[in-house]
Design a protein around this ligand. Sequence first.
Ligand code: RB5
Length: 146
Amino acid sequence: MKIAMGNDHSAVELKNEIKTYIEAKGYEVIDFGTNSSESCDYPVYGEKVGRAVASGDVDYGIAICGTGIGIGIAAGKVRGVRVCTCSEPYSARLSRMHNNTNVLSFGARVIGVEMAKMIVDEWLDNPYEGGRHERRVAQLMEIESR
Ligand code: RB5
C-alpha cells in the first residue's frame, strides 16, 4: 500500500518520524517534501498530496503543516479528495469508517509524535464501513459536480 506524504517547513521533523513509523509497518511512502526548514507555502504540498491520491498513484495521503488546517484545505481542493484534519485518534478512526477519508492531516505545532502515531494507526487500521454511509459519501462527492 502506498502513502503520499507532504508537509511545510514546520513539519519536516514530524513528517520524518511518521514516515519511518509507517514504513516499518510495511507501507511504501512517496515523499513530496518539503525536506527543508526554509519557509515555504503549505498549499503547494497539500495539492501534491491531493493529486497523488486523486490520480490513484497512491492509496492514501498524509499532510502535515503547523496546524494541519492549511495543508488539509489545500489537499481537499483536489476533486475526489476527502480530508480528515484532526488532533485525536477517535475522529481519525471514524473519518475512515464513516466518511471514507483518503487524506489525513494534522499539525506539528499542535500534537506530539506519539499522538500523531496513534492518530495514524487508527486512521490506517480501520476500513470504510460502507452500508448506510454510502449514500452520504456519494452526496459529498456530488457537491463537486455542482
Ligand atoms: C506556517 O507558519 C503555518 O501557517 C502553516 O504551517 C499552517 O499552520 C497553516 O495552516
